[in-house]
Design a protein around this ligand. Structure first.
Ligand SMILES: *[C@@H]1O[C@H](CO)[C@@H](O)[C@H](O)[C@H]1NC(C)=O
Ligand SMILES: *[C@@H]1O[C@H](CO)[C@@H](O)[C@H](O)[C@H]1NC(C)=O
Ligand SMILES: [Zn+2]
Length: 687
């Protein structure tokens, strides 16, 4: 929960400070202005001390977290907690000291930006007692999440009535989200089993923490107010440095939605052919349990249902044949970057990284890229499998490492991207290039020759379809999550579960598979919601990665359809990449976008994404030409699953007016978060 440790995707056990701020001494009131200090020398002195201490603190936390992540003993866990607590104290002490300065009277923009970054994020303004309480509240929700177990499916049909006797299965009631429940949702094609698992998980995960979550909302809002915001949603949006951010994301989605609906329609037909009338309608929304993912955020796992006859060549098999090892994969990745003119990985990197699952100690296997905050030590931890997926992932992780290395010339507080989306976007832009048929062919993993002129061949369409199934539903879902959370922070938790499904239906076209009540708390099934982590970064990162990719392609003088670009060996692309990475967070988001697009725009733009998918869109339109409804039409039965219709269909459902409620954001100075632990963790199921 603390801003000190920032994770880019959830590892279930580390990364979030579970701190007890028992000794940090500060009061809750913000009446510091009376003695406000605007002495420039004092500011510089404070920032210099902060820079040194923050980097030291970050280094100690990172080392202790690494230790635990690679050797999960109780002892290492306690050590990690101690360091995290010390870091949390440091964060609040720094915040307290920063409040002593009158930022409005500090005219030097760079100093004001640095100070602002220390001031606005986090929850230190709550004061000791409530800071402890919110920490405790979040930990309770995380514990519940991590402890959820369900019984296996035994053909039960009446789900949560008292009729089914699970006691006799108690010995086996130990299915966890990872890996058991996830793999059932991904692989099972038995609709009854999917429904059972979906329902059991939602029964166990949400209702027990519903009241706790309400207390969290209350405390998070109090903290936001202490930090100068109207509510916690506004505080979370602040780091995107766009006073119209709420509308910006909505507008971007409006542009992408026609493409999403084409994809949705094509997917629904495959599902309808498999499951039929009893489960979904040929023109309706899709029930949440049959999409191959607990949250319906990634549809790649059901590609067998929608594309039974695939022409995709077997890249993984080719890698095996060529004798690829984990080391070879990382060497190939290193060579990709040096071909762009970026430096090789350091000896420390090769010595300290863990690229294969060790078999002696318990190691967390989600891939992650670590910055130890001392300008030298950067590591990747990845239990590499010999597969196309991990081939791409290695390049993704190594992009994070290059980003860390490029901004080492910045002060500590700027050793980050302007907002969390840029780091991920850069890594995904590289991954897009690596996974593309043209690049795979260049590195000898794909024999079919792909040229710009045959960019519409079936291999290309299937490639684009895979990318689309991965990215477009994720955008719809991340928008849903954050729109919901912003709403709850602003309007309060009354009716929040109906609101959740209202938004899911509107943005994702997804309905619950059974009746939902107000005691359910289905948004709580997402870890980021109960663990107080930003989620819109995934939406922004998806937009941005195509912008970055298109610019790197342009720099390499690519001609032809965007998805046939490969900027391998282009020094010009490499120069652009290192140019913008070097800036860290010293530039604002819009300044950085301007640099990346070489002056063309300073805003997020959906154009490159739409451009990338254009051949797929044309193909989907052709496939969907006989469909009655492109997208989904919902009826009263759909709405009744989550709305109390006594409230009235119109008032309850047509409320697309949420955007009117949260209509203007205060135009505050551009500020981000305070101390960061720079670990980018990938866990594609948990993001
Ligand atoms: C794991 O951590 C324990 C301390 O809890 C230590 O004694 C042990 O040597 C470590 N194992 C490895 C392989 O580093
Ligand atoms: C449930 O199953 C257990 C074990 O088979 C049995 O002892 C118990 O009586 C059953 N309860 C009900 C309500 O059927
Ligand atoms: Zn990443």
């Amino acid at each position: 929960m603390s801003v000190f440790v920032k994770v880019y995707s959830s590892l279930l056990f580390i990364t979030i400070i579970e701190s007890a701020l028992s000794t940090a001494q500060f009061s809750t009131d913000l009446l510091y202005k009376e003695s406000a200090n605007d002495n420039l020398g004092d500011v510089i002195q404070f920032l210099r001390e902060y820079d040194r201490e923050a980097a030291d603190t970050c280094n100690r936390v990172a080392l202790s977290e690494w230790k635990y992540a690679t050797n999960a003993t109780d002892f290492n866990r306690r050590r990690m907690k101690e360091q995290q607590n010390l870091a949390a104290k440091f964060e609040c002490i720094s915040w307290r000291r920063a409040t002593k300065f009158d930022t409005s009277r500090i005219l030097e923009a760079n100093l004001r930006r640095q100070l602002g970054k220390i001031l606005q994020q986090g929850k230190c303004g709550l004061g000791d007692e409530k800071h402890l309480e919110i920490t405790h509240v979040i930990n309770m929700m995380k514990d519940n999440y991590n402890q959820v177990r369900i019984c296996p499916f035994h053909g039960q049909t009446n789900l949560h009535s008292d009729g089914h006797n699970v006691t006799s299965f108690h010995a086996y009631c130990d299915l966890r989200l990872e890996p058991d429940i996830t793999s059932i949702i991904e692989q099972s094609r038995n609709e009854k089993e999917l429904l059972y698992v979906w329902n059991e998980f939602h029964e166990k995960i949400g209702p027990p923490v519903r009241n706790t979550f309400m207390r969290y909302v209350d405390l998070a809002n109090q903290a936001a107010i202490q930090h100068g915001f109207r509510d916690a949603g506004e505080q979370m949006r602040e780091q995107y440095e766009d006073p119209d951010f709420f509308f910006t994301v909505q507008d971007l989605w409006t542009q992408i939605q026609p493409l999403y609906k084409q994809l949705f329609t094509f997917v629904r037909r495959g599902l309808f052919m498999r499951y039929g009338e009893g489960v979904l309608r040929p023109d309706g929304p899709i029930p949440a349990h049959i999409l191959g993912n607990m949250w319906g955020q990634n549809w790649r796992n059901i590609i067998d249902l929608i594309m039974p006859h695939t022409e995709m060549p077997d890249i993984t098999g080719e890698m095996m044949k060529q004798g690829y090892t984990a080391t070879k994969i990382f060497q190939v990745a290193e060579e990709f970057f040096t071909s762009l003119g970026l430096p090789p990985m350091s000896p420390e990197f090769w010595r300290n990284s863990i690229i294969q699952k060790p078999n002696d100690v318990y190691t967390q296997c989600s891939a992650s890229a670590w910055d130890f905050c001392n300008l030298l030590d950067f590591r990747i931890k990845q239990c590499t499998q010999i597969s196309l997926e991990d081939f791409i992932n290695s390049h993704h992780e190594m992009t994070h490492i290059h980003y860390y290395m490029q901004y080492t010339t910045q002060p500590f507080i700027y050793r980050e991207s302007p907002n969390p989306a840029f780091h991920e976007a850069a890594a995904h832009a590289i991954a897009l290039n690596i996974g593309g048929p043209v690049h795979l062919q260049k590195v000898g993993l794909l024999s079919t020759h792909i040229t710009a002129s045959n960019g519409n061949s079936m291999i290309n369409i299937e490639y684009l379809l895979n990318v689309a199934l991965d990215k477009l539903p994720f955008m719809a879902f991340s928008l849903t999550v954050e729109k919901w959370r912003w709403y709850v922070f602003e309007k309060g938790p009354v009716g929040m579960n109906a609101r959740w499904w209202d938004l899911r239906l509107r943005f994702q076209g997804i309905i619950p598979p059974n009746k939902r009540m107000s005691q359910h708390f289905d948004a709580g099934a997402k870890y980021h919601v109960i663990s107080d982590q930003d989620y819109i970064k995934y939406f922004v990162a998806t937009i941005l990665q195509f912008q970055i990719y298109a610019e790197l392609c342009a720099a390499s003088n690519h001609v032809g359809p965007l998805h046939t670009c490969d900027f391998y060996r282009s020094r010009e692309a490499g120069r652009l990449l290192s140019d913008f990475m070097q800036r860290g967070a010293s530039l604002s988001s819009s300044q950085l976008i301007k640099l990346i697009t070489r002056g063309k725009t300073s805003r997020l733009s959906a154009e490159p994404l739409l451009d990338f998918f254009r051949p797929l869109e044309a193909w989907l339109e052709q496939q969907n030409r006989d469909e009655r409804v492109i997208g989904w039409s919902s009826n009263m039965d759909d709405i009744q699953l989550f709305q109390n219709l006594a409230m009235g269909y119109n008032t309850a459902y047509s409320s697309s007016s949420s955007s009117l409620f949260i209509s203007f954001l205060a135009c505050t100075t551009a500020i981000i978060k305070v101390l960061q632990l720079h670990i980018y963790t990938e866990n594609f199921n948990l993001s």
